[in-house]
Ligand binder design. Structure first.
Ligand SMILES: Nc1ncnc2c1ncn2[C@@H]1O[C@H](COP(=O)(O)OP(=O)(O)OP(=O)(O)O)[C@@H](O)[C@H]1O
Ligand SMILES: [Mg+2]
Length: 336
């Protein structure tokens, strides 16, 4: 018998962990800071992210995932070794089972890199299973995908937007677009530097995004601190939603165009149910003000949103980890 079962959503921005019996036990920034060639972790999560762009050269700060794939496996393994202790309360996670949500629209080799996070770590698992994220997302939303003829889920995340159509328990089509909410942060950071000769960190840029990025007209403004490059001194800057809007607009239209194109290429027996029930928006970027209304207008289909948008994938992978018979229909096991 396996001791413990975990469901994991390794998001680009946030790692989410579900522990069988306990529910969602961890939401942590996907960042690790290490020292030396042996990559000894000194901090993970929010603490490591705080060091990003500020750490001395002796400390290497890594964001190990990008655009939906594991781009720095060593760093991700180092992060998981550190995190595993916190999650299990033991030095090593022995003989546990892991269900990992992976994007559907990546190669098999890229999918296997997610299982290597566990198998190359100190975890010595009993079983590792990969489940496509759109399936987990649907279960997290509480949808009956076995019987539904058509479900469209747009998971708007940090580095990716994964738009998928499901029918009768399977994925009909899934497209992983390589952009998401973190692109707004980077665009804001660049804009502030170029336009105002002012340097802000990515965390500050994210705050600005949360306060100011809107898909509707907005009169909001927000003040942040940073460094004035010309004076070489710390200072404050106030930005408005109006000047930020052009930085985000193209991505909003790309989301809409992709959803529209998918609907156009879907057989009517599937699209009619999607149009009837509406599109489901998940992922943290679905919190952008007015985005649901914008998309509803652009694609002319009702949009369903949820306050748990960042947790639907991990809730679903957790549900599947607790229902192994259902999970077996979708899981790709990697027996140990
Ligand atoms: N209120 C908000 N308004 C706008 N953006 C938000 C808000 N809250 C969170 N976000 C953004 O949501 C993103 C994180 O969402 P999520 O946790 O779904 O991404 P992820 O799963 O880590 O990324 P991915 O799925 O692309 O790998 C970040 O870019 C974050 O800044
Ligand atoms: Mg995600």
């Amino acid at each position: 018998m396996a001791k413990k079962t975990f469901g994991i959503d390794f998001g680009t921005s946030t790692i989410k962990v579900y522990k069988n019996g306990d529910g969602i036990i961890l939401l942590e920034k996907n960042a690790v800071s290490t020292v030396g060639k042996e990559k000894k972790p000194v901090a993970i999560g929010e603490k490591a992210y705080e060091m990003y762009e500020k750490a001395p050269p002796s400390i290497h700060v890594s964001l190990p995932l990008s655009r939906g794939v594991v781009s720095h496996l060593d760093d991700m393994v180092a992060l998981w070794n550190f995190m595993g202790q916190a999650v299990s309360g033991r030095k090593k996670m022995k003989r546990c089972q892991f269900y990992i949500a992976v994007p559907a629209d990546i190669t098999e080799v890229e999918k296997q890199a997610y299982s290597k996070i566990i198998t190359q770590s100190e975890s010595t698992p009993q079983k590792v299973c990969l489940i496509d994220k759109p399936i987990a997302d649907a279960y997290g939303l509480g949808l009956d995908i076995e019987r539904s003829r058509g479900v469209l889920i747009a998971n708007l995340g940090a580095d990716t937007a994964e738009i998928s159509i499901l029918s009768l328990g399977g994925i009909v089509v899934s497209k992983l677009m390589p952009y998401g909410g973190n692109d707004f942060d980077r665009a804001i950071q660049n804009y502030v530097r170029k336009k105002y000769n002012f340097v802000i960190g990515l965390k500050t840029a994210e705050q600005l995004k949360i306060k100011l990025v809107s898909a509707m007209e907005s009169d909001q403004s927000y003040t942040v601190v940073g460094r004035d490059v010309l004076k070489g001194l710390p200072g404050k800057i106030t930005l408005t939603a109006k000047e930020i809007y052009p930085l985000a607009k193209d991505i909003f239209f790309s989301f809409a165009a992709q959803i529209r194109s998918m609907l156009e290429h879907t057989p009517p027996e599937i699209s009619s149910e999607i149009i009837h029930n509406g599109i489901y928006l998940t992922g943290g970027t679905s919190f952008v003000e007015g985005l649901n209304q914008f998309l509803a207008n652009e694609v002319n289909v009702k949009i369903n949103t949820t306050n748990d948008a960042q947790k639907t994938v991990v809730a679903g992978i957790g549900y599947l980890s607790e229902h192994p018979k259902i999970a077996a229909k979708y899981a790709v096991p990697l027996e140990q």
